[in-house]
Write a protein that binds this ligand. Structure first.
Ligand code: 5GP
Ligand code: MN
Length: 328
């Protein structure tokens, strides 16, 4: 079976064993799962003497909170990615659109394009698919690949995998027993869980507090939305985001989703005037991936997103409409 994970992982390991030059991509607005996965595999290859570069399409700079994962300086600016990569590995990216300006490299690649992902909506671009929609994080699939490659997983590699695992599972709240066992294995290499997670999940500059208070003061709850299950939403306009990093904007959803009257939480993030990236979260009943897909986006059952052109009120109206169309 072409898509059987152990078969495709073995094939990916074989391709990487012969590679001399490997480019690894994360998705736009990269998080710890996408870059942790890319850097873990990249680091293993780099130590074997392979020419390695890790990149993502947007934004221009590496999010500050992820820099500590790049212990070997493998991250390059998107402009330094070859036009025709020899071998491409794409991490945690469900569709070509999520590669932003680097999407064209998939078509142009001279060699194989290995896709490692856990999105159920993965569109199967590329040539070899290591996809497990039951994996709590792409980092777990990346670790399987490293094991298949016979890599010694030491602290710098384990730190990258752990970072992806702890963030994508919401601090292990959504992790099963096997993922906890994997976490134990990673910690045994010397990973310091607290120092890895604090910059990724807890620490913000003081300006975050002011931004949060302005944004939360305007949050709205509509208990009749989503067929009566409730929607809470907040809007982070460009003005609100001016003095903070993308990390602060991305973490607003984790506060908004604490409103217990709402099954669904949304945060509208203004990327450019009138252009929004929307984060969606559900508690348990609504499949927000389906909701996001109605609006051209995607993601996971309880965490998804989409982009939208228009005024904030139009985004909310479209979201409420989509919530009525998707059955819980
Ligand atoms: P976040 O709210 O953390 O940005 O995204 C949550 C999840 O939704 C991500 O893991 C990603 O899979 C998905 N996602 C977010 N925004 C988009 C989007 O614009 N398009 C698609 N296809 N997926 C998205
Ligand atoms: Mn992920």
């Amino acid at each position: 079976m072409a898509d059987d994970l152990s078969t495709t992982i073995a094939e990916a390991a074989r391709l990487l064993a012969d590679a001399r030059d490997v480019t690894l991509f994360g998705h736009i607005n990269p998080d710890a799962d996408t870059l942790g996965s890319a850097l873990a595999v990249g680091l293993a290859l780099h130590r074997r003497g392979v020419v390695v570069r890790v990149a993502f399409g947007e934004p221009e700079d590496v999010p500050e909170s992820l820099k500590a994962l790049d212990t070997a300086g493998l991250l390059v600016h998107r402009d330094d990615v070859p036009q025709e990569p020899e071998l491409l590995v794409v991490m945690d990216t469900g569709s070509l659109q999520r590669l932003g300006p680097l999407a064209d490299r998939v078509e142009r690649a001279k060699g194989p394009v290995i896709v490692i992902d856990h999105h159920v909506s993965n569109t199967r671009y590329g040539t070899l698919h290591c996809i497990d929609e039951h994996a709590e994080a792409t980092a777990l699939i990346a670790l399987r690949l490293l094991d298949e490659m016979g890599v010694e997983v030491d602290e710098p590699i384990a730190r990258c995998i752990y970072a992806g695992l702890v963030t994508d599972t919401g601090g292990f709240r959504k992790a099963g027993p096997a993922a906890h066992e994997t976490a134990a294995r990673l910690l045994q290499t010397g990973v310091d869980a607290y120092s890895v997670t604090r910059p990724l999940m807890d620490a913000h500059p003081f300006a975050y507090l002011g931004m949060l208070s302005r944004v939360l003061a305007k949050a709205e709850l509509d208990e009749r939305a989503a067929g009566g299950l409730g929607l809470v939403h907040a809007v982070v306009g460009m003005d609100d985001a001016r003095d903070v990093r993308s990390e602060e904007v991305e973490s607003v959803i984790d506060v908004v989703r604490s409103a217990s009257e709402a099954e669904v939480a949304a945060v509208l993030k203004e990327l450019r005037p009138g252009f929004w990236s929307v984060s969606l979260r559900a508690v348990s009943q609504v499949d927000v991936r389906e909701v996001a897909q109605v609006l051209g986006g995607g993601g996971h059952r309880l965490a998804a997103g989409f982009t939208f052109d228009g005024a904030a009120e139009q985004v909310v109206a479209a979201l409420k409409g989509a919530l009525e169309r998707v059955e819980s």
